[in-house]
Ligand binder design. Structure first.
Ligand code: ADP
Length: 585
């Protein structure tokens, strides 16, 4: 098959119009030529008849003229008017003829025009004259009167009519050609205009198709093409709206996905990434952005995950598993794989980070274990001493008081532990609030130092509060008392000789307070951990001194609630300085 010939719209429109125009004009010319010819012949016949009648009138009284003279006169008249004149008797015999010898001419009775004239009417005919060898138009009229002829016939060569006809035809043809040319030009212009408007609409729709929705089509003139233009514009506006809505929807989805804490990824049948959000990439510990199309196995080496994906694909719609991932640090995740499209094998993988949940869970477990452990020691000794008393200890006058004292001490320890636990629980309640009031921190320190004076004296320690200006602040007074009491309690508990100095001040809108002792200090490795619950540097010593291991963690909590902080400076063997600071308001 040869290449299809694609004609432009302009040439199609133009050629079709031109053919129609040409055919119309040719048909018009042909029919015009016929009409003209007939009209000319009719006019000519009329004028011939008129001539015949005039000749008849002139010849009416010339019946007596000899035939020769008559013929000569007719010849003269013929020469003047280029018109053959024939006189015919009632029996059809030719009496005289302007161009031929009458005697040589045959009987004319059968000639149609003669027959009509003999019948009393006027006859017209067109015929080839055998005698003259040319086409002639004849007109015959009857004679009325006494002449020896009954019919006058005049004839004219058709050549003249034909020449006139030809020149008329030439003029008509010229007019047709001019009209045709003008029409062709008009058709060419109109088809060109249509073609260019259609071309413009085509270009607009092509650009809309290519995604350029800002383009607009011409809507004027408001004919069918104009309406097509406005329909295109409406379509592109509609398209713009829909695309905008789709884009907004996509952006929102992307936004939601990007800000989800869960890792979400879509994987194709060959376990290549179609899409993954930032959390997914981060959970797997991948470096840098992950491009779609990356193989999943390259992202993470986790056979359990790949197994999960295979299981999701092979029938079960949603499968989930709790896994431990190792890249780059340990993470606990709950992975949920859902088969989205069985045919295409696409699977949606959602990773829910359980690391924090797991950590909290472990802390809680540790805490419960710690608390149980802390309770067990005093409970064991309570029970032991109580049993000793029951097993005859009550009779042992020398030692029974000692046993009861131990029981009281252990009960006090239990009490202290329970009090501290309650304090912590209270502080950790999400709705834990502060009862803020204005007071002078220095006055609070003076009171607490006063309360610990006796204990310090008993331990042979100097307890000093450095002088200074009052320190006004807004805070929860009872809780700050607890902070100071815990710090002083520790300082007195762990310092063997020397003394304790308390100082306070203000700096940049914050108040600070330091409790410095000359005790054993805290080794550098333990310094950050002493604020953890139940963390003790020297367990035996702490228990010995009635410590619960919770005092500093309570301090830390209270300060956190006040948007403050606590820190420790210490040199092992050279004492410790606990410092806390908090905003004044
Ligand atoms: P405890 O009830 O055991 O004192 P804390 O939470 O108050 O519990 O303190 C935690 C640990 O920090 C203590 O067991 C102790 O080892 C250490 N510590 C606290 N204060 C001091 C101090 N002033 N000097 C030396 N060690 C201290």
């Amino acid at each position: 098959m040869g290449p299809a010939v694609i004609r432009s719209l302009r040439s199609q429109l133009f050629v079709a119009t031109a053919i129609v125009l040409l055919l119309t004009m040719v048909a018009l010319l042909v029919s015009l030529a016929g009409v003209e010819r007939r009209w000319l012949q009719a006019r000519n016949a009329e004028s011939l008849q008129r001539t015949a009648r005039e000749v008849a009138l002139v010849l009416r009284d010339m019946g007596s003229v000899p035939a020769d003279t008559l013929a000569a006169r007719l010849g003269a008249a013929d020469a003047a008017g280029n018109c053959r004149i024939t006189l015919i008797a009632s029996d059809g015999r030719v009496v005289a003829d302007s161009r031929a010898d009458a005697s040589t001419l045959e009987n004319h009775a059968a000639r149609p025009e003669v027959r009509a004239a003999l019948a009393g009417g006027a006859g017209v005919a067109v015929r080839h004259s055998q005698s003259l060898g040319v086409d002639l138009q004849y007109a015959a009229v009857p004679m009325f009167g006494a002449a020896p002829w009954a019919v006058v016939r005049v004839a004219e060569p058709l050549e003249m009519v034909r020449a006139l006809d030809r020149s008329l035809l030439r003029v008509s043809a010229l007019a047709v050609v001019i009209v045709l040319l003008a029409s062709f030009l008009l058709a060419f212009w109109v088809s060109g205009r249509f073609a260019s408007r259609v071309g413009a609409l085509e270009a607009v729709s092509a650009r809309i198709g290519a995604g350029d929705i800002s383009v607009r089509a011409l809507e004027l003139p408001a004919d069918e093409l104009g309406r097509l233009g406005s329909a295109l514009n409406r379509m592109s506006a509609e398209l713009r709206d829909r695309l905008g809505a789709l884009e907004r929807e996509r952006d929102e989805r992307e936004h939601i996905l990007a800000h989800m804490t869960d890792g979400v990824a879509l994987l194709d049948a060959t376990n290549h990434l179609v899409h993954a959000n930032a959390s997914f990439v981060e959970l797997l510990g991948a470096v840098g952005p992950v491009s779609s199309g990356a193989p999943f196995a390259e992202l993470v080496r986790a056979p359990e995950l790949e197994d999960l994906l295979t299981r999701a694909r092979s029938g079960q719609n949603t499968v989930e598993a709790d896994l431990r991932l190792w890249s780059p640090r340990q993470r606990f995740v709950r992975a949920v794989a859902t088969r989205l499209d069985a045919e295409r094998g696409e699977v949606l993988l959602v990773l829910h980070d359980l690391t924090e949940v797991e950590r909290v869970h472990r802390i809680r477990q540790d805490f419960v274990a710690n608390v149980s452990h802390e309770l067990r020691t005093p409970l064991t000794s309570l029970r032991g001493y109580a049993e000793t008393l029951l097993d005859g200890g009550l009779e042992d006058e020398a030692r029974r008081e000692g046993f009861v004292r131990v029981i009281r001490d252990q009960a006090e320890r239990l009490q202290a532990l329970v009090d501290d636990l309650l304090s912590l629980a209270e502080l950790e309640r999400p709705e834990a609030g502060l009862r803020a009031e204005r007071f002078d921190l220095r006055a609070l320190l003076a009171r607490q130092v006063g309360l610990f004076r006796a204990a310090a004296d008993r331990a042979g320690l100097a307890l000093v509060l450095e002088e200074g200006e009052p320190l006004e602040l807004a805070a929860d007074r009872a809780r700050l008392e607890q902070v100071v009491a815990n710090l002083l309690d520790n300082a007195v508990k762990y310092t063997e000789r020397g003394g304790i100095t308390v100082r306070a001040g203000e700096e940049g809108g914050r108040v600070w307070c330091e409790v410095e002792d000359t005790g054993p200090g805290v080794p550098p490795d333990d310094q950050s951990r002493v604020f953890e619950r139940f963390y003790r540097v020297d367990k035996a010593r702490s228990r010995d001194k009635g410590g619960t291991g919770l005092g500093l963690s309570i301090v830390k909590h209270i300060l956190a609630l006040h948007r403050g902080e606590v820190s420790l400076r210490s040199e092992p063997g050279a004492g410790s300085t606990f410092r806390f600071e908090l905003p004044r308001t």
